[in-house]
Design a protein around this ligand. Structure first.
Ligand SMILES: C[S@@+](CC[C@H](N)C(=O)[O-])C[C@H]1O[C@@H](n2cnc3c(N)ncnc32)[C@H](O)[C@@H]1O
Length: 233
Protein backbone atom coordinates (compact mmCIF):
# COMPACT_ATOMS: atom_id res chain seq x y z
CA UNK A 1 0.00 0.00 0.00
CA UNK A 2 1.50 3.37 -0.90
CA UNK A 3 1.96 6.00 1.79
CA UNK A 4 -0.62 8.45 0.46
CA UNK A 5 -3.25 5.74 0.36
CA UNK A 6 -2.35 4.64 3.90
CA UNK A 7 -2.68 8.24 5.14
CA UNK A 8 -6.03 8.73 3.36
CA UNK A 9 -7.28 5.47 4.81
CA UNK A 10 -6.36 6.58 8.33
CA UNK A 11 -8.08 9.98 7.92
CA UNK A 12 -11.21 8.46 6.39
CA UNK A 13 -12.81 7.83 9.78
CA UNK A 14 -12.25 11.43 10.90
CA UNK A 15 -13.31 13.31 7.82
CA UNK A 16 -16.82 14.22 8.91
CA UNK A 17 -15.58 16.55 11.62
CA UNK A 18 -14.77 20.24 11.55
CA UNK A 19 -11.04 19.69 11.95
CA UNK A 20 -10.58 17.44 8.95
CA UNK A 21 -13.56 17.85 6.69
CA UNK A 22 -12.39 17.74 3.03
CA UNK A 23 -13.23 20.91 1.14
CA UNK A 24 -15.41 19.23 -1.46
CA UNK A 25 -17.98 18.08 1.08
CA UNK A 26 -18.72 21.74 2.03
CA UNK A 27 -19.79 20.74 5.55
CA UNK A 28 -17.74 23.47 7.19
CA UNK A 29 -17.07 26.60 5.19
CA UNK A 30 -14.62 28.49 7.32
CA UNK A 31 -11.73 26.10 7.81
CA UNK A 32 -9.77 23.66 5.72
CA UNK A 33 -7.16 21.43 7.27
CA UNK A 34 -7.58 18.13 5.44
CA UNK A 35 -4.69 18.53 3.00
CA UNK A 36 -2.22 19.70 5.65
CA UNK A 37 -3.14 16.83 7.93
CA UNK A 38 -2.80 14.40 5.03
CA UNK A 39 0.70 15.78 4.40
CA UNK A 40 1.59 15.46 8.11
CA UNK A 41 0.29 11.88 8.37
CA UNK A 42 2.19 10.89 5.20
CA UNK A 43 5.34 12.43 6.69
CA UNK A 44 4.92 10.38 9.87
CA UNK A 45 4.72 7.20 7.80
CA UNK A 46 7.81 8.27 5.80
CA UNK A 47 9.90 8.85 8.92
CA UNK A 48 9.93 5.07 9.53
CA UNK A 49 10.82 5.27 13.21
CA UNK A 50 8.73 5.77 16.35
CA UNK A 51 7.57 9.37 16.27
CA UNK A 52 8.26 12.00 18.90
CA UNK A 53 5.54 14.60 18.51
CA UNK A 54 4.83 17.72 20.57
CA UNK A 55 1.51 19.54 20.50
CA UNK A 56 1.00 22.95 22.13
CA UNK A 57 -2.69 23.49 22.91
CA UNK A 58 -4.51 20.36 24.02
CA UNK A 59 -7.85 19.25 22.70
CA UNK A 60 -10.72 18.16 24.93
CA UNK A 61 -12.88 16.68 22.20
CA UNK A 62 -13.26 12.97 21.70
CA UNK A 63 -12.77 11.87 18.08
CA UNK A 64 -12.87 15.41 16.67
CA UNK A 65 -9.90 16.87 18.55
CA UNK A 66 -6.26 16.93 17.52
CA UNK A 67 -4.99 15.08 20.62
CA UNK A 68 -7.41 12.18 20.15
CA UNK A 69 -6.64 11.75 16.43
CA UNK A 70 -2.88 12.02 16.92
CA UNK A 71 -2.98 9.62 19.89
CA UNK A 72 -4.88 7.11 17.74
CA UNK A 73 -2.41 7.47 14.87
CA UNK A 74 0.72 7.11 17.01
CA UNK A 75 -0.59 4.22 19.08
CA UNK A 76 -2.10 2.21 16.25
CA UNK A 77 0.04 3.06 13.23
CA UNK A 78 3.59 4.31 13.75
CA UNK A 79 4.48 4.03 17.44
CA UNK A 80 6.25 6.65 19.53
CA UNK A 81 4.74 9.32 21.75
CA UNK A 82 2.74 12.52 21.79
CA UNK A 83 3.52 15.22 24.34
CA UNK A 84 0.53 17.56 24.69
CA UNK A 85 0.96 20.82 26.63
CA UNK A 86 -1.74 23.15 27.94
CA UNK A 87 -1.77 25.99 30.44
CA UNK A 88 -5.30 25.09 31.56
CA UNK A 89 -5.30 22.23 34.06
CA UNK A 90 -9.00 21.50 33.50
CA UNK A 91 -8.37 20.96 29.79
CA UNK A 92 -5.50 18.60 30.56
CA UNK A 93 -7.71 16.57 32.94
CA UNK A 94 -10.56 16.51 30.45
CA UNK A 95 -8.20 15.45 27.65
CA UNK A 96 -6.90 12.57 29.82
CA UNK A 97 -10.47 11.33 30.16
CA UNK A 98 -11.30 11.69 26.43
CA UNK A 99 -8.09 10.06 25.20
CA UNK A 100 -7.66 7.35 27.83
CA UNK A 101 -7.57 4.57 25.21
CA UNK A 102 -4.29 6.07 23.92
CA UNK A 103 -2.89 7.26 27.25
CA UNK A 104 0.11 4.92 27.08
CA UNK A 105 1.49 6.98 24.16
CA UNK A 106 0.48 10.45 25.46
CA UNK A 107 2.33 12.60 28.01
CA UNK A 108 -0.01 15.26 29.41
CA UNK A 109 1.82 18.42 30.50
CA UNK A 110 0.17 21.20 32.47
CA UNK A 111 2.38 24.24 31.78
CA UNK A 112 2.83 27.38 29.80
CA UNK A 113 4.09 26.01 26.49
CA UNK A 114 7.05 28.40 26.13
CA UNK A 115 8.28 27.61 29.66
CA UNK A 116 8.02 23.87 29.03
CA UNK A 117 9.75 24.04 25.64
CA UNK A 118 12.60 26.21 26.98
CA UNK A 119 13.41 23.52 29.54
CA UNK A 120 12.73 20.48 27.33
CA UNK A 121 15.49 17.86 27.66
CA UNK A 122 13.81 14.89 25.94
CA UNK A 123 14.55 13.22 22.63
CA UNK A 124 14.53 15.25 19.41
CA UNK A 125 11.10 16.23 18.13
CA UNK A 126 9.97 14.94 14.74
CA UNK A 127 6.65 16.77 14.49
CA UNK A 128 5.75 20.02 16.25
CA UNK A 129 2.06 20.99 16.15
CA UNK A 130 1.54 24.57 17.38
CA UNK A 131 -1.99 25.52 18.40
CA UNK A 132 -1.85 27.18 21.84
CA UNK A 133 -2.55 30.81 22.85
CA UNK A 134 -5.79 31.63 21.01
CA UNK A 135 -5.75 34.25 18.32
CA UNK A 136 -7.96 37.30 18.76
CA UNK A 137 -8.38 38.87 15.34
CA UNK A 138 -8.87 42.30 16.91
CA UNK A 139 -5.52 42.02 18.69
CA UNK A 140 -3.59 39.16 17.08
CA UNK A 141 0.00 40.01 18.08
CA UNK A 142 0.14 38.36 21.54
CA UNK A 143 -0.81 35.01 19.99
CA UNK A 144 1.51 35.50 17.02
CA UNK A 145 4.42 36.36 19.34
CA UNK A 146 3.65 33.42 21.62
CA UNK A 147 3.95 30.95 18.74
CA UNK A 148 7.20 32.59 17.63
CA UNK A 149 8.52 32.21 21.19
CA UNK A 150 7.58 28.52 21.13
CA UNK A 151 9.56 27.80 17.95
CA UNK A 152 12.56 29.81 19.15
CA UNK A 153 12.52 27.92 22.47
CA UNK A 154 12.47 24.46 20.88
CA UNK A 155 14.29 25.00 17.57
CA UNK A 156 17.51 23.21 18.58
CA UNK A 157 15.57 20.12 19.67
CA UNK A 158 13.91 19.54 16.27
CA UNK A 159 15.04 16.44 14.34
CA UNK A 160 17.01 16.90 11.10
CA UNK A 161 13.88 15.87 9.14
CA UNK A 162 11.29 17.57 11.36
CA UNK A 163 7.96 19.01 10.26
CA UNK A 164 6.32 22.02 11.94
CA UNK A 165 2.58 22.62 11.53
CA UNK A 166 0.83 25.72 12.88
CA UNK A 167 -2.94 26.14 13.04
CA UNK A 168 -5.21 29.17 12.54
CA UNK A 169 -3.90 31.46 9.79
CA UNK A 170 -5.71 33.78 7.39
CA UNK A 171 -4.16 35.05 4.18
CA UNK A 172 -4.90 38.48 2.67
CA UNK A 173 -6.98 39.70 1.01
CA UNK A 174 -10.15 38.41 2.63
CA UNK A 175 -12.59 39.27 5.37
CA UNK A 176 -13.68 37.39 8.47
CA UNK A 177 -16.87 37.77 10.50
CA UNK A 178 -15.44 37.77 14.03
CA UNK A 179 -17.77 36.73 16.87
CA UNK A 180 -17.08 37.11 20.58
CA UNK A 181 -18.89 36.99 23.91
CA UNK A 182 -18.84 39.30 26.91
CA UNK A 183 -16.89 37.85 29.85
CA UNK A 184 -20.12 36.65 31.55
CA UNK A 185 -21.31 35.12 28.23
CA UNK A 186 -24.47 37.27 28.41
CA UNK A 187 -24.05 38.99 25.05
CA UNK A 188 -22.44 38.07 21.75
CA UNK A 189 -21.06 40.60 19.28
CA UNK A 190 -19.88 40.46 15.69
CA UNK A 191 -17.56 42.58 13.60
CA UNK A 192 -16.45 42.15 9.98
CA UNK A 193 -12.66 42.35 9.88
CA UNK A 194 -10.77 43.01 6.65
CA UNK A 195 -7.59 40.95 6.44
CA UNK A 196 -5.18 43.23 4.57
CA UNK A 197 -2.02 41.37 5.57
CA UNK A 198 -1.53 37.75 6.59
CA UNK A 199 -2.52 37.08 10.20
CA UNK A 200 -2.21 33.92 12.24
CA UNK A 201 -0.45 31.82 14.83
CA UNK A 202 2.07 30.71 12.22
CA UNK A 203 2.97 33.87 10.30
CA UNK A 204 6.05 34.79 12.40
CA UNK A 205 6.97 31.09 12.73
CA UNK A 206 7.00 30.86 8.94
CA UNK A 207 9.27 33.94 8.62
CA UNK A 208 11.59 32.56 11.29
CA UNK A 209 11.92 29.13 9.66
CA UNK A 210 12.18 30.51 6.12
CA UNK A 211 15.13 32.61 7.26
CA UNK A 212 16.78 29.40 8.43
CA UNK A 213 16.24 27.76 5.03
CA UNK A 214 13.01 25.86 5.71
CA UNK A 215 10.34 25.50 3.03
CA UNK A 216 6.62 26.12 3.31
CA UNK A 217 4.67 23.11 1.98
CA UNK A 218 1.11 24.32 2.63
CA UNK A 219 -1.12 26.20 0.22
CA UNK A 220 -2.69 29.52 1.18
CA UNK A 221 -6.35 28.83 0.63
CA UNK A 222 -8.31 32.07 0.22
CA UNK A 223 -11.25 32.66 2.48
CA UNK A 224 -10.37 29.82 4.87
CA UNK A 225 -8.67 29.26 8.18
CA UNK A 226 -5.41 27.56 7.10
CA UNK A 227 -2.62 25.49 8.60
CA UNK A 228 0.98 26.38 7.77
CA UNK A 229 3.37 23.47 7.23
CA UNK A 230 7.15 23.94 7.25
CA UNK A 231 9.88 21.37 6.48
CA UNK A 232 13.65 21.60 6.33
CA UNK A 233 14.90 21.83 2.72
C1 LIG B 1 -7.27 26.22 20.03
S1 LIG B 1 -7.12 25.43 21.59
C2 LIG B 1 -6.31 23.94 21.19
C3 LIG B 1 -7.13 23.08 20.31
C4 LIG B 1 -6.58 21.73 19.96
N1 LIG B 1 -5.21 21.77 19.47
C5 LIG B 1 -7.49 21.11 18.89
O1 LIG B 1 -7.13 21.08 17.71
O2 LIG B 1 -8.61 20.71 19.22
C6 LIG B 1 -5.89 26.41 22.35
C7 LIG B 1 -5.40 25.88 23.67
O3 LIG B 1 -4.23 26.60 24.02
C8 LIG B 1 -4.18 26.71 25.43
N2 LIG B 1 -3.24 27.79 25.79
C9 LIG B 1 -3.46 29.12 25.81
N3 LIG B 1 -2.35 29.77 26.21
C10 LIG B 1 -1.41 28.83 26.43
C11 LIG B 1 -0.06 28.87 26.87
N4 LIG B 1 0.54 30.03 27.16
N5 LIG B 1 0.61 27.70 27.00
C12 LIG B 1 0.00 26.52 26.73
N6 LIG B 1 -1.27 26.43 26.32
C13 LIG B 1 -1.98 27.56 26.18
C14 LIG B 1 -5.63 26.94 25.82
O4 LIG B 1 -5.84 26.60 27.18
C15 LIG B 1 -6.38 26.05 24.85
O5 LIG B 1 -6.62 24.81 25.41
Amino acid sequence: MNIKFKAETFLEKYKNNELLCPEDTQLYHDSYRYESWLFMIEKMYQIERPICMVETGTSIAKETGSTYILGDFIKNHVGGKLITIDIDENRIESCKEQTKEFSDVIEYIHSDSVEYLKNYKGQNIDILHQDSYDLNLQKPWPSMHHHLKEIVAIYKKLSWDALVIVDDNWFAPMWVDWFWYDSDLSKSSRKRIEITEDIGKGIYVKFFLENLGWKCMSKNIPGKLNNIIMVRQ
